[in-house]
Design a protein around this ligand. Structure first.
Ligand SMILES: Cc1ncc(C[n+]2csc(CCOP(=O)(O)OP(=O)(O)O)c2C)c(N)n1
Ligand SMILES: [Mg+2]
Length: 329
């Protein structure tokens, strides 16, 4: 794919939607209108946008404790995500999952999994089903750098290559696992290089450059669709926010943050679009207004929606009645 084939305006729209959605979530959280906790994706939007632009509705997506951006990019409705964050009955998990479990299987996104690395074997299972049942469907699994040292990820990547699964692992290397810097957790920080030991391609990409992510992800996803096997992408990026709420960020320097602020993927791509004649101040304002309207609507929907009732507790969850256990036979 050449540079001009890349739908830059659409990618920008997706990135801006994620950014503004999360800025609003943060405000609502600070006002006490959203319960629980939030892990924001601010700064990493180019990864979700660039990867998910290649996915069809029926492709499978697996996410992490930081899932809002992945969900929006995969097509989960902003209303359903916002209502979930408010704990409302109309949320994508009926208000029972909250921020760390957003997802909607009807658009191919499994509810996000907050156990670091635990999504990797599940994604391999889904990719195996995709290979058995279809000739086109693929699975994508997002994970952080912290997940790369989990045993489950190692086992899953080995099985993925052994079974030639139509799967793309996207490691968003944002240099920290919560407050743990990469260089204190890895003797060898070459994450993409690990792919070779499993027998799959490993590629590094600038995760703040949406065009580069789009290009690399396009090749990996096309390879998976051709049933040629999995790929590991290491997208190097940075979160321009705390790990979760109440993070004073004392584990990283102001200079480092400033360097990455200067590489914020959203203004960078806006400037590139203007330079290449793909956007003007007027067209960028129009996108901003469209995005704001979608988010206003999502918040109004979430606020007006009812809370779950106590009698909803056992709906849509798996449980076994101890008085009447399921016979495994
Ligand atoms: C197995 C497991 N261990 C610890 C945690 C607590 N925890 C939540 S997020 C996180 C950091 C994960 O870092 P990384 O995978 O790099 O993702 P990032 O937060 O940078 O997006 C940790 C340790 C967890 N959820 N699961
Ligand atoms: Mg990380």
């Amino acid at each position: 794919m050449t540079k001009t084939d890349i739908p830059l305006v659409e990618l920008y729209h997706t990135m801006l939607t994620i950014r503004r959605f999360e800025e609003r979530c943060n405000q609502l959280y600070m006002q006490g209108r959203i319960p629980s906790t939030l892990h924001l994706y601010i700064g990493q939007e180019a990864v979700a946008a660039g990867v998910c632009a290649h996915l069809q509705r029926d492709d499978y997506l697996f996410s992490t404790h930081r899932p809002h951006g992945h969900a929006l990019a995969k097509g989960v409705s902003p209303r359903a995500i916002m209502a979930e964050l408010f704990g409302k009955r109309t949320g994508c998990c009926k208000g029972k999952g909250g921020s760390m479990h957003v997802g909607d299987v009807t658009v191919g996104m499994f509810p996000a999994i907050a156990i670091v690395g635990a999504n990797a074997p599940l994604a391999a299972g889904a990719a195996l089903a995709a290979r058995w049942l279809t000739d086109h469907r693929v699975a994508v699994c997002f994970m952080g750098d912290g997940a790369m040292n989990e045993g489950a990820v190692h086992e899953a990547m080995n099985m993925a290559t052994l079974w030639n699964l139509p799967l793309v692992y996207v490691c968003e290397n944002n240099l920290y696992a919560a407050s743990t810097p990469l260089d204190t957790a890895f003797k060898n920080p070459d994450i993409a290089g690990r792919a070779a030991i499993y027998g799959m391609p490993g590629v590094v990409v600038d995760g703040n450059d949406v065009e580069a992510v789009h290009q690399i992800a396009g090749e990996a996803i096309a390879r998976a669709r051709r049933r040629e096997g999995p790929t590991l992408i290491e997208a190097q990026t940075y979160r321009l926010c705390g790990h979760s709420r109440s993070d004073p960020r004392t584990y990283r320097s102001k200079e480092e943050e400033a360097d990455w602020e200067a590489r914020d993927p959203i203004p960078t791509v806006a400037a590139r679009m203007k330079q290449e004649g793909l956007a003007t101040d007027k067209s960028l304002t129009a996108i901003e207004e469209k995005v704001t309207a979608v988010i206003d609507d999502a918040v109004a929907f979430a606020e007006e929606s009812p809370l779950p009732e106590p009698e909803d507790t056992l709906d849509h969850v798996f449980w076994t009645d101890p008085e009447n256990p399921v016979d495994p036979a």
